[in-house]
Design a protein around this ligand. Structure first.
Ligand SMILES: C[S@@+](CC[C@H](N)C(=O)[O-])C[C@H]1O[C@@H](n2cnc3c(N)ncnc32)[C@H](O)[C@@H]1O
Length: 292
């Protein structure tokens, strides 16, 4: 499996940084579109473990699709937000490397934007242990969508993600030793953002959370300037047409899709940030083992 570009102590420190920015994470990060959950899990209600659940971005989409969800998350600050917002979820403290669940106790395991924080080999063995056949493992993450120029500039200001891994996830070949069917798909969706939530998105990144205060403030000031001064954000004023663009699901509420940015009565702009939810679906436990 791919080597981490940061050592495991630094990885743990960075993962722990989420504790300081749990509220920002919840306000600033995108959710996951229903189409992705439907493709991953089908239409029957399943027993699902959402692992590295954070504040419940993926848990919420799983519950909305009718599944019964156990959310496992190591950080108390993230768990508290999840439990308050999603009382139907069964919330447990725990880590991917030592899951607090009985063997063969869930139909599916989902991991949203978290697998790169795990000790992959140990975590995969644990996931295989708690799955009951046929078993589904879903790895999910959000990448910036095909960018209008203002999103490209946001991306440039935010810089690369904290943990750089050649594969980020275990490879499809590696997973094919454990599951009969491994397939990747992407699902476009959109998130309504404004000046404040764009700051939250930035602050919720572990790379920004661990920056010295003055560096972080400088980065946030650049984002504010972009929001306040970027002509594109002020000229995108297409009136709402009603229909959602094909395949796009707005996550996070607020203004309707169809307009990329629009002025509100108070003069404050919302914009729709395009994302691509990436999903790697692994189905059908084989009882195999990872390569040594
Ligand atoms: C980027 S957040 C993703 C949260 C949520 N799944 C989502 O999609 O928004 C990563 C989460 O993984 C958790 N995490 C880090 N290391 C972990 C581990 N070893 N086992 C389980 N969760 C872990 C962090 O505490 C954090 O809440």
């Amino acid at each position: 499996m791919g080597e981490l570009h940061v050592d495991s102590a630094s990885r743990a420190e960075r993962a722990g940084a989420f504790a300081r920015v749990a509220d920002e994470y919840d306000r600033g990060r995108p959710g996951y579109p229903h189409a992705a959950i439907d493709w991953l899990l089908g239409s029957d209600a399943l027993e699902v473990l959402d692992l590295g659940a954070g504040t419940g971005k993926l848990t919420a989409a799983l519950l909305a699709a009718g599944h019964r969800v156990t959310a496992v998350e190591p950080l108390a600050q993230m768990r508290e937000i999840l439990a308050a917002a999603l009382p139907r979820a069964h919330v447990l403290a725990g880590t991917a490397e030592a899951l607090p669940l009985a063997s063969a106790s869930v139909d599916a395991v989902t991991v949203g934007a978290a697998f790169h924080w795990f000790d992959q080999r140990v975590a995969l063995a644990e996931i295989v242990r708690v799955l009951r056949p046929p078993g589904v493992l879903g790895l999910l993450g959000n990448a910036f969508g095909t960018s209008p120029p203002w999103v490209a500039r946001v991306r440039e200001i935010l810089g690369p993600p904290a943990v750089q891994r050649p594969g980020h996830w275990p490879s499809a070949e590696e997973l094919a030793r454990l599951f009969a069917d491994v397939e990747d798909r992407e699902f476009p969706h959109e998130q309504s953002v404004d000046r404040a939530s764009l700051r939250d998105l930035a602050r919720s990144r572990s790379s920004v959370a661990v920056m010295p205060e003055d560096e972080r403030e400088a980065l946030l000031a650049r984002l504010d300037r972009l929001w306040d001064e970027e002509p594109e954000l002020h000229t995108l004023g297409t009136p709402h047409t009603g229909a959602h663009p094909e395949g796009h699901t707005p996550c996070g509420g607020a203004p309707p899709a169809g307009a990329q940015a629009r002025r509100q009565a108070g003069g404050r702009a919302h914009a729709l940030m395009p994302w691509r939810a990436r999903v790697r679906r692994c189905r059908g436990l084989l009882g195999g083992e990872l390569s040594p």
